[in-house]
Design a protein around this ligand. Structure first.
Ligand SMILES: [Zn+2]
Ligand SMILES: [Zn+2]
Length: 434
């Protein structure tokens, strides 16, 4: 077999269970099957959602390949649900840039990173803006924060009538940290904020939906970022490209999850993720694959060697190879490991599983958008959401009119000058009676 990662089609190997039985095409594994392997028996995965895995190791309590997750499904009081809204560093239809949404049985919810394109995934998953009040940024790369403009701008005109809380790392200088980022976000969105302020955007006694409250976290420390209502979120250093990246750990009701954000393999992770229930960790395809996929160049083409060199430089400064993730999973031993920030193609998934499996044979999934992991102390279930491609906003939280502050501007035309208003075609001119 030629190197499956050189851009040629991935061929099944002896380890590859896809060739047996189910009759599904490879593509259908990505669309409908759970990209999850190594748990319980093959039968537990329904329509053959095991990819590139050696014979499964018994690991009771993890179930994948379930019927599609229906957005809005009620969470039990003892459950945590982790929904993958964006799972890539490059924007693609099936995998937008990074974001993970965590919901708890106590009704709390938390957003981790908010890369480009994920707003539409939150809408399709039926998540209202009022449930996206707390955003935890791992770092300030564009693929982790660029949809915040949408989240910030449209929240207050829908049902987020209280300030947006943005948690994130410090930098080596004040103008690089999360506090400065929030100030700049506020500044650059002035026109939108004012324009929409003919609506009621604030709750009396609770600030305004257009306020931003930054929570800057010292990036070199391991410390508590958030603690309330039985939930503790800690942060610890990540090693990524430039000083000022962090990872997060969320703990509640005896359940825990770690989200790496972007990082090179690090012993901070080994220390903080040991024994966690769900470890969500980035991983990257090998530099040769990255170069070929991102440039269209193949071995022997002019510029190929340079493309590989650039890919290597990027990866060595910033990311975790597939095999290294296997090593990290072996050392931390989560109930479920999830690889993300990874481009799931027919010819990348199999090799990634094989690389991870050189170290680790426990339950492991590769995330694409719409993967939903629901866990309790006894069980972890994973399924893909049935997302409506044409979804509208879900039903917002309703407030009694008296609870809302009056709008800043008096009516929808209050911000238009008299000349513009004189040029409006009156409704009676285009309305046909009857
Ligand atoms: Zn990234
Ligand atoms: Zn990054």
């Amino acid at each position: 077999m030629t190197d499956p990662r050189s851009g040629d089609a991935w061929e099944p190997t002896a380890h590859d269970d896809r060739s047996s039985g189910s009759g599904m095409t490879r593509r259908s594994f990505i669309r409908g099957g759970a990209l999850l392997a190594g748990a319980a028996t093959a039968g537990a995965f329904g329509a053959g959602g095991i990819l590139g895995a050696p014979p499964a190791q018994a690991s009771p309590g993890v179930t994948a390949g379930l019927p599609p997750f229906v957005p809005g499904t009620k969470l039990e009081p003892d459950q945590m649900r982790i929904s993958f809204m964006g799972t890539s560093f490059l924007p693609r239809i099936a995998q937008q840039c990074n974001s993970v949404f965590v919901e708890l049985g106590n009704n709390d919810s938390f957003v981790f990173d908010f890369g480009s394109g994920v707003s539409s995934k939150y809408v399709a998953m039926g998540v209202t803006y009022s449930r996206m009040r707390r955003v935890f940024l791992t770092h300030l790369h564009g693929d982790h924060m660029s949809d915040l403009i949408t989240l910030y701008c449209f929240g207050p005109s829908m049902d987020r009538k209280t300030p947006l809380h943005i948690y994130g790392p410090s930098g080596d200088s004040p103008d690089e940290g999360t506090r400065a980022f929030c100030k700049d976000l506020y500044k650059l969105t002035k026109w939108h904020r004012e324009a929409f302020s003919f609506l009621q955007t604030g709750l009396k006694g609770h600030g305004d939906g257009y306020d931003i409250v930054p929570h800057q976290l010292p990036y070199m420390r391991t410390a508590v970022a958030y603690q309330a209502n039985g939930v503790t979120i800690t942060h610890f250093p990540a090693i990524h490209d430039r000083d000022g990246s962090i990872s997060y750990k969320l703990e509640w009701n005896g359940l825990s999850m770690v989200f790496s954000g972007d990082t090179k393999p690090s012993d901070y992770m080994l220390k903080n993720a040991r024994g966690v229930d769900v470890l969500i960790h980035e991983m990257v395809v090998p530099a040769t694959v990255w170069a070929t996929k991102n440039s269209g160049l193949h071995p022997g083409d002019e510029g190929y060697a340079e493309a590989v060199k650039i890919a290597k430089t990027v990866q060595e400064s910033s990311h975790t190879p597939e095999q290294a993730l296997g090593y990290i999973l072996k050392k931390t031993h989560p109930r479920l490991g999830v690889g993300t920030h990874f481009q799931a193609n027919d010819d990348t998934i199999g090799p990634a599983y094989e690389a991870v499996r050189t170290w680790y044979d426990g339950p492991f999934a590769i995330a694409v958008d719409g993967l939903v992991v629901t866990l309790s102390r006894n069980e972890i279930r994973s399924a893909y959401a049935d997302l409506d491609q044409y979804a509208w906003y879900p039903k917002p939280k309703m407030y009694p009119p008296k609870a809302l502050k009056p709008p800043k501007y008096d009516g929808p035309l209050a911000q238009l000058n008299k000349v513009l208003l004189r040029h409006v075609i009156p409704e009676k001119d285009y309305t046909i009676p009857g």
